[in-house]
Each structure stands twice: as structure tokens, then as C-alpha cells.
Design a protein around this ligand. Structure first.
Ligand SMILES: [Zn+2]
Ligand SMILES: [Zn+2]
Length: 248
């Protein structure tokens, strides 16, 4: 979930291409418009799905058909319901593994544990009584892992703060530009909230330093909500990052 002060979320479905052969479709899903990404080195081959919110299965199916793609895996940036909603379903449909940091595995079976009491009631109405499906082939990712999937290398960095098990996945596009799937670590102009159970402001500051401020300016950021941005832009304009950068 985004920070309370985040900018209005994009609600339209968009698709864009990076400047390289890597195809990335961004599909906002569910009431919180969590971005589901489909990444492939080229049409007509394997692809990787990053996050899979409510309704992702239908939207992903269209992208797969349009570009003749076959999922090889599903990567989850963290365990919040708006990012994992369809992971079990998509994993089952395509018989692929689902990757999530072990510190967030508990949120799959207890989604309300990741939000405050007020929101938990709403969430219960949204999700129904449960039990909630857990991906059949659930795997762990850890800091420093490199996953080779669909011909693309994904480097995992553990970035706790928004949730204990938040991670970012970074791929390098063919022109050498790093592309980071940031989940709810950072958004264009905002950062992920840390006031839910499991949130940690100090850990968030450390994660924002290591995964955003310490990265090259050209790094492209594909956040869990809203439009894409770059490290350069966020370093210059994001008030939260400017605040962190200004402290020792
Ligand atoms: Zn979240
Ligand atoms: Zn979110």
C-alpha cells in the first residue's frame, strides 16, 4: 500500500516498452491500483510476472496472448494483499513458482496482520473469510540472491521498512540501464508507509539509502503504485528522500 500522502494513483491500463528489447507491461490491479508487471526479453518466449493484485489473472492473460508469452515465475515484492492477491491463482494456472521473502510469508495466510485494526475490518469484507490460498510452489528469496528467469537475471535486495519482507528486484536492460521493481519502497514523489504492523521507519530509511540513494541516477524505478520514475528524479524531487539524504 502506498504512503498516505502519495499522489493520486493512475487508474488507466498502460503498456510501455523500455528503450531496449525488454518488454514490460504495467497493469494496475485492484482497488488500490497495485501495479502488476509482465517482463519479457522478447515476444514469443518466457516472461516473468512481478506482483499480482486483484484481477491480475485476466489482465495478464491478455498480455500473454498479445505477445505470445509463457510465464516462468511470479516474483512478489512483499506480502501485502494488494500485491499478492492473484499469486496462488496465477501460479496454479501456469504451474510456476512464486517467490517472496520469508519474512512476509505469514501475510499470505493472514493478510489482515499487515494492516491496522481499522483497515483490517474493511479488508476482511474485501477478501472474505478465508482461508486464503497460498501458492503451491512458494519459494524464498533473500538479500543478494540472483534469479535467472526467462533469460533475465533478477538481483534481489532485501529492503525492509514498509514490511519486514519487502524486497526490490533489479534487472539490467540491454543498454546497461538498471530497472528496479520497487514494490512499495518508493513511488514517484512519495515512499511506502511504515505505520502498519511490521513497518519500521528506521529500517525504511536504511533501505531507501541503499536501494535508491546509493543507486546510479539512470536507474529506472517501476513502483508498486503509480507511474514509473528514475533515481535521478526522486533524488532531486522526492521530499522523503531529500530529507534522508540531508541527514548524516
Ligand atoms: Zn504494501
Ligand atoms: Zn501496495
Amino acid at each position: 500500500m502506498p504512503h498516505a500522502r502519495t499522489a493520486p494513483l493512475r487508474t488507466t491500463t498502460t503498456q510501455d516498452r523500455t528503450t531496449t528489447a525488454v518488454l514490460i507491461a504495467a497493469l494496475p490491479t485492484g482497488p488500490l491500483a497495485a501495479n502488476c508487471y509482465v517482463l519479457a526479453p522478447a515476444p514469443g518466449g518466457d516472461c516473468v510476472i512481478v506482483d499480482s493484485g486483484q484481477g491480475a489473472a485476466t489482465q495478464v492473460a491478455k498480455v500473454l496472448a498479445e505477445h505470445d508469452l509463457t510465464p516462468a515465475a511470479i516474483l512478489l515484492t512483499h506480502g501485502h494483499f494488494d500485491h499478492v492477491w492473484s499469486a496462488a491463482e496465477l501460479g496454479e494456472t501456469h504451474q510456476v513458482p512464486v517467490y517472496l521473502h520469508s519474512d512476509d510469508h505469514g501475510l499470505l495466510t493472514e493478510p489482515a496482520a499487515g494492516v491496522d485494526a481499522g483497515f483490517a475490518t474493511q479488508l476482511q469484507m474485501l477478501l472474505g473469510p478465508g482461508p486464503y490460498p497460498v501458492p503451491a510452489d512458494l519459494r524464498e528469496v533473500a538479500d543478494g540472491d540472483t534469479l535467472s528467469l526467462a533469460g533475465v537475471e533478477f538481483v534481489v535486495e532485501h529492503t525492509p521498512g514498509h514490511t519486514p519482507g519487502s524486497v526490490v528486484y533489479t534487472v539490467t536492460a540491454e543498454d546497461g540501464v538498471p530497472v528496479m521493481f520497487a514494490g512499495d519502497l518508493v513511488f514517484a514523489g512519495s515512499i511506502g508507509r511504515t505505520d502498519f504492523p511490521g513497518g519500521d521507519t528506521e529500517a525504511m530509511d536504511r533501505s531507501l539509502r541503499s536501494a535508491v540513494l546509493d543507486r546510479p541516477d539512470v536507474t529506472r524505478i517501476l513502483p508498486g503504485h503509480g507511474p514509473g520514475t528514475t533515481v535521478e528524479r526522486e533524488r532531486a524531487t522526492n521530499p522523503y528522500l531529500r530529507d534522508i539524504a540531508g541527514r548524516p
